[in-house]
Design a protein around this ligand. Sequence first.
Ligand code: SF4
Length: 199
Amino acid sequence: MNSFDDLSEPLDRRLAAGLARLAAVARQLDWQAAEAFGLSPTQADILRLLTRRPEGVRLAVAAAHAGVRSATASDAVGALERKELVRKEADPGDGRAVVLKATPAGQTLAGQWPASFEPAVAGLDEGQQATLLRLVVEMIRHLLAQRLIAPQRTCVSCRFFRENVRPGEAEPHACALVGMNMADRHLRVDCPEHEPVAA
Ligand code: SF4
């Protein structure tokens, strides 16, 4: 007798297709929000990154984050500078280099548009959100291992993360920086205190 498996596309392919649909919708919502504020999607991506990095980032980091070439990122940064949403400062670690920072006006503007996945996530209960967060972090880990994504400030790439040190408990992980136990729901995707694991 046939099982439904015989009638179905492979599970991984259906899952990838579903995620691609979600990503497309999220991207569309991002573009609409950016457009409403007079920004291109790349400008919006870079501005949002800079609002989370008050210490500033170099152009190459901004380009990798936005998934564009350096020249495209440079054009976007130029436009953001003209709009007085971003400024360049000397890199304190290298006087010949510059870092990009969001201006107060840039911070205010970026704070006004919603995270694009919010409508999808809002439909899940807290337990489902925690499970999904764990899986998202796991997917980021795999992408990092394959060098398919720019370095991320997530727990699984952080030298302070102690993963599953209390298996089976409600808070199986720990953050050695703050000395506290963590559950999956506490995992961070973009932590300002993150320090990368030594190569
Ligand atoms: S410092 Fe941040 S990224 Fe690192 S383990 Fe602690 S919470 Fe996670």
